[in-house]
Design a protein. Structure first.
Ligand SMILES: [Fe+2]
Ligand SMILES: [Fe+2]
Length: 391
């Protein structure tokens, strides 16, 4: 029996190790949530379907104010099911899990009590009610990493053993380290988004428009990308990258950028270099590839008559074709020193029939244009909701 338990615990620990490996390998392309991690890890440890393990696991994390917040999980027909609403336990409570979690603890009712009924008095009523049946044994161990908390596993078949405790300890280490890692990834991601937003805002400060233009272009681009059926992750990247479409204007002299009259030939030539400057400023980070493509191609036309490269059709990256339409819509809606703003209906008319500058059939990707017409009311909503002048 002991050898068998030893082999089972070794096998379960190896499964947890494999989970950690897989998670680490996919860390760059996967969005973590704490819940996903718990569920993956718990699936490998909870008992059922011929597998040895506890029938419930209570995970609690200690809050800043000392209280402990936890949830009970079960395995039902191979699926991890959250068996409870959040349980909040006061640290002063005699049932506080902090009091149990100083060390790893293995407990079977026979070691402590005369009867199983007596043994129940050790457990918090809320935890007990979510476990759903009398507790006959449990193992408790602390969660590692930056988190402060513990795991309590209840009702192993027969007796809870040292071997079971080792598996639970591995689970605690896995959960602790992966959650710490996922928090780190999230913080880095937030810092990245914040930095590019700051860069986009800094560039726009030089222009007559307010920061509202970049926010709206982000949202239009996100709405177009989502309604073209692109994957959620790509929609998000296109949306946040769109705000850097004019980042290259930071290198265009203010006399040209802010000139109220029409630009002469040389001024126009310099102005039309801003996509190239943008690509240079965004550098070669793989994380900014979409931003770079957008900066470089948002003035290209479907028929190849745009700038700076004169590429056309599907040679223009899709993200550039999307942001082009979003940018033109917003430019038409906005007041400039040389023109009055158009209403949504007037802009729709330009997108249908064209005007002196916009030629929808030759300038826009027909699929992007058709998507625009199917969601044009969303453009109007975005313009109104992100516009100090649009209401
Ligand atoms: Fe531009
Ligand atoms: Fe723009």
């Amino acid at each position: 029996m002991t050898l068998e338990l030893c082999q089972i615990s070794l096998q379960q620990t190896q499964e947890l190790l494999r989970l950690t490996n897989t998670t680490l390998r996919s860390i760059c392309c996967r969005k973590f949530t704490d819940r996903e991690l718990y569920v993956e890890a718990l699936r490998r440890v909870l008992g059922g379907r011929g597998r040895r393990g506890p029938d419930s696991i209570y995970i609690h994390l200690n809050g800043k104010s000392g209280e402990s917040r936890g949830r009970v999980f079960h395995l039902i027909s191979g699926e991890v099911v959250e068996g409870s609403e959040e349980i909040v336990i006061d640290p002063a409570s005699v049932f506080s899990p902090q009091r149990l979690s100083d060390e790893m603890l293995v407990s079977n009712w026979r070691d402590t009590c005369e009867t199983v009924e007596q043994y129940q008095s050790y457990f918090h009523p809320k935890i007990k009610s979510f476990i759903g049946r009398p507790v006959t044994n449990f193992i408790c161990c602390q969660i590692g990493g930056e988190l402060s908390g513990a795991l309590l596993a209840f009702n192993y078949p027969g007796e809870a053993t040292e071997y079971d405790a080792r598996v639970l300890l591995s689970l605690a280490v896995v959960i602790g380290s992966l959650v710490t890692l996922s928090n780190g990834v999230r913080e880095t991601e937030n810092a990245f988004i914040y930095t590019i937003e700051a860069l986009a805002r800094a560039c726009e400060a030089a222009e007559e428009s307010t920061g509202e233009h970049i926010v709206r272009v982000n949202r239009y681009a996100g709405a177009l990308a989502a309604n073209m059926g692109l994957p959620v992750d790509l929609v998000e990247v296109i949306s946040y990258s769109a705000q850097m479409h004019d980042v290259g204007k930071i290198r265009v002299p203010n006399e040209i950028l802010l000139k109220s009259g029409p630009l002469d030939g040389e001024e126009l030539r310099i102005m039309r270099l801003h996509p190239v400057y943008g690509e240079m400023i965004l550098g070669d980070s793989p994380r900014l590839q979409i931003a770079r493509e957008i900066a470089m191609t948002h003035h290209e036309n479907w028929d190849g008559s745009g700038y700076p490269s004169g590429i056309g059709g599907e040679e223009i990256p899709l993200c550039g074709r999307i942001v082009k339409l979003a940018d033109v819509y917003d430019a038409l809606r906005s007041r400039r020193s040389y023109k009055n703003p158009l209403s949504h209906e007037e802009t729709l008319a330009v997108f249908r029939e064209g005007d002196g500058r916009v030629d929808p059939v030759h300038h826009f990707d027909p699929v992007v244009l058709a998507t625009f017409f199917s969601i044009e009311h969303i453009f109007e909503q975005i313009y109104r909701s992100v516009s100090s002048a649009g209401t």
